[in-house]
Design a protein around this ligand. Structure first.
Ligand SMILES: Cc1cn([C@H]2C[C@H](O)[C@@H](COP(=O)(O)OP(=O)(O)O)O2)c(=O)[nH]c1=O
Length: 215
């Protein structure tokens, strides 16, 4: 059974870049890696509804934090079987966002923290009721809110299909979300958490060892 490792962090933190470099290092070490990203835009109706809502295409009809959270969670539930198959066939399954994204973003939207009602509800929905696989490790890619925002603006400028959505342009939300992530990491919510400093150079040999559970 492979290790389920989740990269979390703010929009623009650089999660995909971290996943690429970590995958390269793990592959160099002879390990097999499967990659997935949530939401699964283009693959799942729930994720597509989320995107429509984030980009304001549904008006206010899905402007409920709980409705959005359920859509994100249903998208993951739809991927659960393939996730289990990936875990059976690879040493590491590397995810770009997972259950903790729902916990952090939706708690922040509700102006709650990690001890608020929402985080417990998200756990109950996704882990207990939907039975989604529990991660072995979270890597929290931490960068200052302003740095993440600047990277998201830059990405919007260079990637035609990557316009910032309503979460990404909300600086207050991103700041609250960063705080919830910090709390989740400090408390090792759901699994072990390791904070990766996204500003200084990352030591990928050490990070790979950590990913494999050997340090
Ligand atoms: C996966 C997930 C994402 N989100 C939020 C975080 C992001 O602001 C937003 C979109 O995710 P994001 O990773 O930015 O998708 P993409 O880069 O492909 O556009 O959704 C949740 O609130 N809950 C979740 O479960």
């Amino acid at each position: 059974m492979g290790r389920l490792v989740v990269i979390e962090g703010l929009d623009g933190a650089g999660k995909r870049t971290l996943a690429d470099a970590l995958t390269a290092e793990l592959t160099r070490l002879g390990r097999t890696v499967a990659r997935r990203a949530f939401p699964r835009y283009g693959e799942d109706v729930h994720a597509d509804l989320v995107r429509d809502a984030l980009q304001g295409r549904l008006g206010d009809t899905v402007d409920s934090v709980y409705a959005m959270a359920v859509l994100y969670a249903l998208d993951r539930r739809g991927a659960a079987d393939s996730l289990r198959a990936d875990l059976a066939a690879h040493d590491v399954v590397l995810l770009d966002r997972y259950v903790a994204s729902n916990a952090a973003y939706c708690a922040a939207r509700l102006h709650q923290d990690a001890h608020g009602e929402f985080v417990g509800w998200a756990y109950d929905l996704e882990i207990r009721r939907f039975g989604l696989p529990v991660p072995d490790l979270h890597l929290l890619l931490q960068v200052p809110v302003e740095v993440a925002a600047a990277r998201a603006v830059h990405r919007e400028a260079v990637e035609a299909d990557r316009a910032r959505d309503s979460y990404e342009t909300d600086a207050g939300l991103q700041a609250r979300c960063a705080k919830v992530y910090q709390q989740l990491a400090a408390e090792h919510w759901l699994a072990d958490w390791h904070v990766v400093d996204g500003v200084t150079e990352v030591d990928f040999a050490r990070l790979a060892a950590r990913t494999l559970g050997s340090s």
